[in-house]
Write a protein of this length. Structure first.
Length: 299
């Protein structure tokens, strides 16, 4: 044995004989056992499973014709390489034009994008403040959360004995609009749709044109306007599943962040009930009847 090896062996034996070493080992072992006990007792879910809406309804099914808006051209689909970078094939990207413009004004056009993710969610990289800057645009102003004023009469609080306790005061119901393929059908949201906010940004492209973009997220039945808030919802330790849906609006027609919020609200009057058909019905997840019922039904 070399002198260096002998020193290392002696040092290891000395370390193992030290009371402090065994105290540290005991603390770590106790912590590990305590963590395991907490996971078991409180039924904490550390590994998240994918979850899909009923019949795996895709965002591309959102209606192209709305009360005040109509889609322009064909929906944009990305190449397989871009979709791999995007991280999902369940998305929709389309232009909506308001049917009637204000007198003397150019047509109001909004670029709408929504994308669905599920499973072990790590980060939320594909948002306008990252992607637009990466594409060469200048960020002029950032981070204003503006209200999305939707028609408050469309969504009503559900307050009866059938509401799970965990959803008391947060379950809302709406009817599908006439533009739907199931007009009059009921849809639910486990958040208050009348309190939506849009995180907005102002950009300038290489030719000096200005545009506004904003987004929010629906995640595990809740809603947030900031990307960093998604993991707090999607990784609720009580839930077996994780998903989020990014909803984004971009326009060169609006003149302010507040106006972008207003136009987003006008679109969401009819789009939001349809979006809720493209995410899991969280009230049923909380009841324990979804996705098990969907599996039994063979969906």
């Amino acid at each position: 044995m070399t002198h260096a090896s002998s020193n290392r062996t002696a040092g290891l034996l000395s370390l193992l004989k030290s009371p402090a070493t065994w105290v540290a080992v005991g603390v770590l072992a106790t912590a590990a056992l305590g963590f395991g006990a907490a996971v078991s007792r409180y039924r904490l879910m550390l590994n998240k499973e994918a979850i899909y809406p009923p019949a795996n309804r895709q965002l591309i099914a959102l209606p192209r014709e709305l009360g005040e808006w109509t889609a322009l051209g064909q929906d944009r689909r990305e190449s397989p390489e871009i979709e791999a970078e995007l991280g999902t094939t369940n998305y929709v990207s389309r232009l909506y034009k308001r049917r009637e413009s204000e007198s003397g004004n150019a047509p109001m056009i909004v670029d709408f994008h929504a994308a669905y993710y599920t499973g072990m969610i790590d980060t939320v990289p594909h948002v306008s403040d990252r992607c637009f800057v990466g594409a060469g645009m200048s960020l002029v102003s950032a981070g204003a959360d503006v209200p999305i004023p939707i028609d408050s009469t469309r969504w009503r609080l559900v307050d009866d004995e059938q509401v799970p306790e965990v959803l008391a005061g947060t379950l809302y119901r709406a009817r599908l609009p006439n533009s739907s393929d199931q007009p009059g059908g009921k849809v639910y949201a486990t958040f208050n749709p009348n309190e939506l906010k849009l995180r907005t940004f102002k950009f300038r492209d290489t030719q000096g044109r200005e545009l506004y973009s904003g987004y929010f997220f629906i995640a595990n039945g809740g809603v947030v306007s900031r990307a960093e808030g998604v993991r707090l919802l999607a990784f609720d330790l009580r839930s077996k599943y994780a998903y989020y849906c990014k909803v984004q609006f971009t326009s060169t027609s609006v003149k302010s962040e507040a106006e972008l919020g207003e136009k987003a609200g006008s679109l969401l009057d009819e789009l939001l009930p349809e979006i809720m058909r493209c995410v899991p019905p969280w009230q049923d997840v909380e009841r324990g009847t979804f996705p098990e019922l969907a599996k039994v039904a063979g969906k």
